[in-house]
Ligand binder design. Sequence first.
Ligand SMILES: [Zn+2]
Length: 246
Amino acid sequence: MEPAPLEPLSEDWSTALCVVAHPDDLEFGAAAAIARWTGQGKSVVYCMVTSGEAGIDGLHPDESRTVREAEQVESARIVGVDEVEFLGLPDGIVEYGVPLRRVIAEVVRRHRPEIVITGNFRDTFGGRNLNQADHIAVGRAVLDAVRDAGNRWIFPEQLTDGLEPWGGVTAVWAANSPESAHGVDTTDSFDAGVESLKAHAAYIDGLGWENWDPAEFLEGFARATGQRLGVAFGAAFEVFPMGWGD
Ligand SMILES: [Zn+2]
């Protein structure tokens, strides 16, 4: 059976905020799309809920945190993103709930983006392997926090020093979701995406995957997605509209 065609994502926006659980989450597919968008002059900010400090088996979290934050900042720079925030929640044990919604809503209120991008938070990536717990918690909380951010009576203690509610997010896009019905052509920005994944050198090294090639790995997914868009390479996203009535 042929996979269903993907609809092109809207590019009629100028600001996006990416909120994901870990450094490297955006680099497994979405970064090439980010590079395309910053290349169009759009402004994109990254927010990492954790610093991925539990991600390298041979490195204590106290050291790993510094290494991984630096790798993420460099990785962002490669795709045209100058601002990376780290919320400092504990890697691996992020819990979905009101405290998580609160910290993400505050970030949304400060940056006032039109689009919010997160990672896949479905139970799987389409195969049998289960998605990681932090990814699921963060993605669900992002959806809720975007709504929370627009309501002045939710987390009202944040509304000081000029911080206002922000209800201007039109959609949340979840990268690499198995339910993706939209995609973006990343043919021209694919290489930047590969370089941004390679910037996570200490992390990739720590995985200990022998002969693993980031370019080859990303190409497999990008080509399959591109086919569904009628282009060479693409990145897939599930769209969650944030208005009412859709
Ligand atoms: Zn992750």
